[in-house]
Ligand binder design. Structure first.
Ligand SMILES: [Zn+2]
Length: 47
């Protein structure tokens, strides 16, 4: 699992499975920082 951490205070806001492609906006309950977190599916690119 990949931890979603607040960009400001580093509080763990949630967890998502590895390789999940998602874009979510989360407001940190601790420091009130709102940020859109983007996670992209990590695919090995072989060229
Ligand atoms: Zn925070």
């Amino acid at each position: 699992m990949t931890e979603i951490r607040c960009i400001d205070c580093k509080k763990v806001l949630g967890k998502i499975p590895e390789g999940t492609q998602v874009e979510i906006e989360i407001k940190c309950p601790k420091c009130k920082t709102t940020h859109t977190y983007k996670f992209e599916a990590q695919e090995a690119q072989v060229n």
